[in-house]
Write a protein that binds this ligand. Structure first.
Ligand SMILES: Cc1ncc(COP(=O)(O)O)c(C=O)c1O
Length: 458
């Protein structure tokens, strides 16, 4: 192809995108002038767009997903081999990579014993909610059907997962919502609702008990929480929080569903976020990093106690989990997940996330010292948020347009960072970092250098 033909081709692609694709979370009016970035290739931590610009990706594909980095031929090979051999069969049957991946995953999740496959985080969470609802019917005469979720958490984009979403800007205008979901307050100590107190973690968790008692403990079946709130502002739980949540759940016979869609598979420096807090979940949901975006796969993982409830009564035709996920039977997802896990293990990427994550946090604290607009830095492993404020004393959030300028400035310098996006009104002010688990200290230095310049400029 000649250079001229190539340029025409690129222009055609940009035009086709501009004229045909409906992009997520975007106001398209602005795309009429300049279309969105069109990504064409990636290797390791770096990607290249259609115009040949190279970027260091500090957000793992924009959504905490490409944990093992771009261009992994061994995953592509595993997927190809599997697809040529056996691409799909409904999950009523088994598959070789499905069985192998489920067993390998469960080895890392003591106390949990069953994996249900589907293909997005939202779908995995929907499965969990259906399990809770069906348990309510099986054990509690339909009564214990309510599910408590937390302000600022996010669990997906479908109407029912939005019903459990604590971000008003994601929910607005999509109601009415599925009944039976009840909100409890967030646990962001920097934004304490109870003034400056010593035991914020316990205090924030006690809100669960208040909500349970208000609703009636015999109506509450489960709580769904992110181990660390991601899109709602990188909120690490304060000390004592999870212990109190667990104690309350045990007291009132409430199942604990942990949404590890972002934190799972090593992002926080442990295989799963809940391991930092000594929690014993009943249900765990996983997506994003399970196959690092090389294929779509998500998992709803439960205890044997839960699974047992669904295989008990052969005489009752409604007594099992009457769910189906067509693409849960796509063998590419499991094949990619298996190879993804091998890479994480062989390259010690969970350990790398812990070590380089600590380094990143140290560098972010330096930025905080340097720039008065940095109100708070939070995170664990290779997962962090930088909350920007107008004034440190009043903690008044910086306008989201200013946070957007920081993102754009970094991008112009060749570094892609994210920010809380259409989450909570007034709080789209947190810059988000989630580099791939392969990140080296030199990558972090490059990210920090770009942020340093961008923060200086605002
Ligand atoms: C914590 C959490 N749960 C669930 C989801 C939904 O996942 P998906 O977009 O794959 O449906 C997301 C997506 O960002 C998420 O951050």
């Amino acid at each position: 192809m000649s250079a001229v033909e190539n340029i025409l081709d690129l222009e055609k692609i940009a035009a086709a995108d501009r004229d045909s694709v409906w992009h997520h979370l975007a106001q398209h009016k602005s795309f009429e002038q300049t279309g969105p970035m069109i990504v064409v290739e990636g290797k390791g931590m770096r990607i290249r767009d259609i115009n040949g610009n190279e970027f260091l990706d500090a957000v793992s594909g924009g959504l905490w997903t490409v944990n093992v980095g771009y261009g992994r031929e061994s995953i592509a090979d595993a997927v190809r081999e599997q697809l040529v051999k056996m691409c799909f069969f409904a999950n009523s049957a088994g598959s070789i990579p499905g069985a192998q991946f489920a067993a390998a995953l469960l080895e890392k999740m003591p106390g949990l014993s069953r994996v249900y496959f589907s293909n997005s985080g939202s779908e995995a969470n929907e499965k969990a909610y259906k399990i809770v609802r069906q348990i309510a019917h099986k054990k509690y005469d339909g009564k214990k059907y309510k599910i408590i979720y937390r302000e600022r958490d996010y669990h997906g984009t479908t109407i029912t997962t939005l019903s459990s979403g604590g971000q008003n800007e994601r929910r607005a205008q999509y109601g009415p919502y599925t009944p039976g979901f009840v909100e409890m307050p967030h646990c962001c100590e920097y934004r304490s609702q109870y003034g400056e107190i010593d035991n914020y973690g316990e205090r924030a968790a006690r809100e669960l008990e208040r909500v349970v008692l208000e609703e009636g403990a015999d109506t509450v079946g489960a709580i769904v929480l992110e181990p660390i709130t991601a899109g709602g502002g990188a909120i690490t739980p304060p000390e004592g929080y999870w212990e109190t949540i667990q104690e309350i759940c045990q007291k009132y016979d409430i199942l604990i569903h942990i949404d590890e869609v972002v934190c799972g598979m090593g992002r926080t420096g442990k295989w799963f976020g809940y391991e930092h807090y000594g929690v014993k979940p009943d249900i765990v949901t996983l997506a994003k990093g399970v196959a690092s975006g090389y294929a779509a796969i998500s998992c709803t993982v439960t205890t044997e106690d839960i699974f047992e409830l669904f295989k008990s009564d052969e005489s009752d035709p409604l007594d099992y989990f009457r769910d189906v996920s067509t693409f849960g039977g796509c063998a590419a997802g499991a094949a990619a997940a298996l190879e993804n896990m091998r890479i994480i293990e062989d390259e010690s990427l969970v350990e790398n996330a812990a070590v380089v994550g600590d380094y990143m946090m140290g560098r972010l604290l330096e930025l905080q010292e340097k720039h008065i607009c940095v109100g708070d830095v939070r995170g664990k492993g290779l997962f962090a948020g930088i909350e920007l404020v107008k004034d440190r004393a009043s903690k008044e959030p910086i306008d989201e347009s200013v946070a957007a300028k920081v993102v754009a400035d970094c991008s112009a310098q060749g570094v892609l960072v994210g920010k809380t996006n259409r989450s909570i009104t007034g709080y789209n002010n947190t810059i988000a970092l989630s580099p791939a688990l392969i990140a080296a200290e030199s990558d972090i230095d490059e990210i920090i250098a770009a942020l340093d310049i961008a923060l200086r400029r605002i």
